[in-house]
Design a protein around this ligand. Sequence first.
Ligand SMILES: Nc1ncnc2c1ncn2[C@@H]1O[C@H](COP(=O)(O)OP(=O)(O)O)[C@@H](O)[C@H]1O
Ligand SMILES: [Mg+2]
Length: 352
Amino acid sequence: MTALLEVQGLQKRFPMGGGGMLPCRRAAPSFLHAVEDVSFTLRAGETLGLVGESGCGKSTLARLLARLLDPTEGSIRLGGQEIGAIPAKRFGAIPATRPGAMPSTRPGAMPPRAAIQMVFQDAEGSINPRHTAFEAIARPLRQLSRLSGAELRTRVERTAALCGLPAELLGRFPHQLSGGQKARVGIARAVATEPALLVLDEPTSALDVSVQVVILDLLRSLQARTGAAYVFVSHDLNVVRLLCDRVLVMYLGRVVEEGAAETLFAAPAHPYTRALVGAVSVPGRRKGEERVRLSGEPRSPIDPDPQACRFHGRCPIGQDLCARAAPPVHELPGGRRVACHFPLTAGAMAAA
Ligand SMILES: Nc1ncnc2c1ncn2[C@@H]1O[C@H](COP(=O)(O)OP(=O)(O)O)[C@@H](O)[C@H]1O
Ligand SMILES: [Mg+2]
């Protein structure tokens, strides 16, 4: 089956304001390497988890996918089309060809689907405080297609209902809604246009655990209904285990490991993944099983040494080679990849 999303060699570098105290010395410009050489594919209906410590580039990657940032290099194709080449006014719309899509209010007419929509961590901050819940959900629909007032109201109310928002709440402003209700508005706004790809950047991390569970259930049921692909950013590995088919583990802008969620958590092949997985209680893990603890801080993402593994210095199994050569990417069975000189392949091969 061909991929819906194909990301190839994606890179985002932020220029750092240089200059400083010595105007006569012309230093080479500095760059913060937020996302480096990231490649992966995603099929319709699939959920990819994006995990890693704070600052490793998850949100930058999410924003690149949602075209909120332009890449420094690399390509992002959706349905075979480069997303950067889609004219701005058409961005967000690809023809709806999928059978079973949410029916139009006009019989026979298929409403267009958005290409990519994003759900933000901070529902409060991402919804205009002067917009009612109705207006927030209606905006992307209006942008995508011309709907009559009645059609628009029907679509907004139906999406809101699917997201567990009663019609009475639609006239409210964000400050009149609870945290869980705001999260639902953020999700309804993103799914109203039935995007082929939904990028979710820590959508539940600001919520109480009980609300989190309900919202994750909602996301799952919406996906079953719409067949959308999800890129799900989270630092909570237990949530990622529950929701994701595959996982990308990032470290300082680079993908260090990719694999099916089940095998990756059961037998991490990268020492960093192993440390991450060891830092949370994973159901089924045997008591007393070795846990790897990380010491020290990550290296600086500014002008990192291209000749060294970025994890070197913190890696519990690092050797001299890791300081001298960037690690190769090993392809393991089961679509698994690991970027390490010394992958923990015995466990990985057994589980793959
Ligand atoms: N607009 C920006 N300008 C400069 N640096 C940025 C910008 N956005 C993010 N960064 C830097 O890029 C790195 C990755 O950040 P981010 O993608 O937010 O990580 P995460 O979401 O994993 O916490 C961090 O070092 C962050 O400081
Ligand atoms: Mg982030």
